[in-house]
Design a protein around this ligand. Sequence first.
Ligand SMILES: C[S@@+](CC[C@H](N)C(=O)[O-])C[C@H]1O[C@@H](n2cnc3c(N)ncnc32)[C@H](O)[C@@H]1O
Length: 202
Amino acid sequence: MARALVVSNLVKEKYAPVVFGELFGNSNSVEMEIGCGKGKFLVARAMENPGTNFLGIDRISKFMNIGKTRAQKRTLPNIRFIRAEARAFLAEAVAPGSVIIFHIYFPDPWPKRRHQTRRVFTAELLKLLHVCLVPQGLIEIATDDKDYFEMMKKTIAATSELWENVRETVNERILGGAMKTNYELKFEAEGRPLFYAELKKR
Ligand SMILES: C[S@@+](CC[C@H](N)C(=O)[O-])C[C@H]1O[C@@H](n2cnc3c(N)ncnc32)[C@H](O)[C@@H]1O
């Protein structure tokens, strides 16, 4: 069971390893969304891809429970939600080479400099994502915050040897058309410029 230790304003958490075959009851491929919020995107993607398993994690259960309810109403067998802090969960619970796509959409930008250590996308996260991906696996990223996007690009460039391909456009086959996240819809309605990237593991 998870053990939480409070260190300054960050919660350091411990997780038992998750065996995807046991969690989903089959050996299908797994996609994960980090910071899934209300789970709108993941539920829609799980409905469209019944032969793939989907795991949403978020450190706050309040909104994620809305996603759980959405999935239950549709009796979707291929989606699970776990309340977890991303870095600790990836480091302790997710097996290396076990995820085909990571989705990270509109992570909180924490624009004030003194809050930026709270950002989920860090060099450490990127290395953990790389370890947990299968070869040729993908990381799909979206943000509305140009400064955060620039920081992401610098972090990605610093590990360029890990990636077969990096592109700065949305992958329409994954996040496009009706397949939008809650925050994507909100920011589009506000007319904000949005930034996308896709990494393919070497
Ligand atoms: C702005 S919301 C975006 C939600 C959703 N991806 C979307 O696009 O609609 C960011 C989410 O990331 C979650 N989050 C922030 N830091 C996290 C962390 N370290 N681990 C897991 N989830 C995190 C927040 O709780 C929040 O639900």
